[in-house]
Design a protein around this ligand. Structure first.
Ligand SMILES: NC(=O)c1ccc[n+]([C@@H]2O[C@H](COP(=O)([O-])OP(=O)(O)OC[C@H]3O[C@@H](n4cnc5c(N)ncnc54)[C@H](O)[C@@H]3O)[C@@H](O)[C@H]2O)c1
Length: 465
């Protein structure tokens, strides 16, 4: 890393979990001792005895939701013991049961989580239930892989972080931002950390997906018998059944405030991850948001949010922004048309800019700077000092559950990022720039904005169960 001036570091609410915890070390020690005892025939613990694929080394996994996105996890999970499957759609459940015939079957995830032999869960339900499933699972000592977006409100992010902080020395967590496994994420981080564009000043991420909808769908008959619609609504306020919600894929429901956060939580989770991985940021001290006129039923298609992020020990304070649905940052160079990049990130530094999408990057040294090497004085790291590839994203979590609990997108890392992104929607609803106190989770200069930090749940649903 380049030597550079020191900045006062922002205290981070969430520990990134990058160092093995003392209990993980103790656990490894235990596993090592257990292996010795096991070899002498006294004890055969389930983990770490006879190699990665041995029956004794498999995780007992529950798959919570089995349709659509969930199926992307079937192959990797089929190398573990899938002991439970859960879906409120009987047809999806029956189809998953063909793949995992030994698994117990459930419609209601709350009952599923009571199955005692479950070590770990994969949650692929709708966004508005993620915080519920995840929090209940951690409260019951289960490792959790949860699809993005991890939560639907700022309040949920703060609760999940708090539960994770209590359990991070026992549980492995990962948010389903699987693009994080692309090696470009590592190269982008190296470029930023090693000073390729000089001192970092601002970061803008954008996504151009547009799924306009006027409001909640109108009532259209009764749900079919194989769908438990009450469980589908879960903690959300009642909205009448419409089969269009069930056509397959989150783009059929995630733009509605009660079910998701639109592209903020959808592609925003993936794209801001490319930025977040490189900037070592904590919570913002301010947020602002502008975009489409407010619609109480549907999140905005066009939106621009911006945050002040405090300094850390290697960079000054920076501005981070998110642009979607046609809002775009200005290109750093007339030869680069950012509109042609669906989802990307622009890093601006004192000596140049870096434009990246998930798989590629363009470095733009600022003309007029003294030209050394590529213009910034940056020399790529030798191969042996590069950040190593993480391998298969889900496998990183599985290995973490069995070993040192270390994952790239743990709930500490992910809660900070999604809390910031959702705070952008709070500021958008408040209609002005707000100051935010990350320690208390309150908007300090705009008390009326605090009502947008949380949702009201249907009677009978408890977030911290
Ligand atoms: N990581 C990615 O690239 C990626 C891609 C697509 C979707 N996702 C995420 O995956 C999640 C699911 O999206 P999808 O496209 O599969 O949606 P979908 O509506 O097509 O499918 C959801 C599935 O979950 C089941 N389900 C819903 N609520 C449930 C509940 N409370 N209990 C049990 N089962 C429940 C449904 O019956 C269905 O089988 C979303 O959070 C979405 O953001 C992630």
């Amino acid at each position: 890393m380049n030597s550079r001036k020191q900045y006062s570091a922002q205290p981070r609410l969430a520990d990134s979990g990058s160092k093995p915890s003392s209990s993980a070390i103790k656990r490894r020690h235990f596993l090592k001792s257990a292996a010795v005892i096991g070899a002498s025939g006294f004890l055969l613990p389930r983990f770490k005895l006879f190699g990665a694929e041995a029956p004794s080394n498999k995780l007992n996994v529950a798959l919570i939701a089995t349709g659509h996105r969930a199926q992307e996890h079937f192959e990797v999970m089929s190398h573990e013991n899938v002991v439970a499957i859960c879906d409120l759609n009987e047809q999806h459940l029956a189809s998953a049961a063909k793949k995992f015939p030994k698994a117990k079957q459930y419609a209601d995830w709350r009952l599923c989580l009571e199955q005692k032999d479950i070590d770990a869960i994969v949650c692929c339900t709708l966004d508005h239930t993620h915080a519920f499933v995840t929090n209940w699972a951690m409260n019951r000592g289960k490792h959790v892989y949860c699809e993005k977006p991890l939560v639907n409100t700022v309040e949920e992010a703060r609760l999940i972080r708090a539960t994770w902080l209590k359990n991070k020395d026992k549980l492995a967590t990962q948010v389903g931002t699987q693009r994080h496994q692309f090696e470009n994420f590592n190269r982008v981080r190296e470029l930023i950390r090693d000073g390729a564009i000089g001192e970092l000043q601002a970061v803008s991420a954008w996504g151009n997906r547009q799924v306009p909808r006027a409001g909640y769908l109108p009532a259209a008959g009764d749900p079919p018998k194989y769908i438990n619609y009450d469980l589908w609504l879960g903690p959300a306020p009642f909205h009448p059944y419409n089969p269009e919600y069930f056509l397959g894929g989150c783009l059929h429901w995630n733009m509605h405030w009660d079910f998701g956060s639109g592209q903020v939580g959808d592609m925003g989770s993936h794209t801001m991850d490319l930025a977040w991985n490189a900037i070592d940021a904590g919570l913002p001290t301010s947020a602002e948001g502008t975009g489409d006129p407010f619609n109480p039923e549907v999140t905005p298609v066009k939106l621009r949010t911006r945050f002040d992020i405090p300094a850390n020990d290697w960079r000054p304070p920076i501005q981070v922004s998110w642009h979607q649905g046609g809002a775009m940052p200005e290109s750093p160079h007339r030869g680069i048309d950012l509109d042609k990049i669906d989802h990307g990130v622009l890093f601006k530094g004192r000596k140049g800019s870096l434009v990246a999408d998930f798989n590629s990057r363009i470095l733009i040294p600022r003309s007029g700077d003294k030209v050394e090497d590529d213009g910034s004085g940056y020399k790529p790291r030798p191969k042996n000092e590069q950040i190593p590839a993480m391998g298969v994203f889900q496998k990183e979590w599985i290995n973490a559950c069995k070993g040192n609990l270390k994952t790239s997108c743990n709930f500490g890392y992910a809660c900070d990022m999604i809390e910031m992104m959702l705070l952008g929607l709070v500021a958008y609803r408040a209609g002005k720039k707000i100051k935010y106190d990350g320690a208390t989770g309150q908007c300090t200069d705009c008390p009326e904005a605090n009502q947008y930090l949380s949702h009201t749940y249907r009677k009978g649903w408890t977030l911290n169960g």
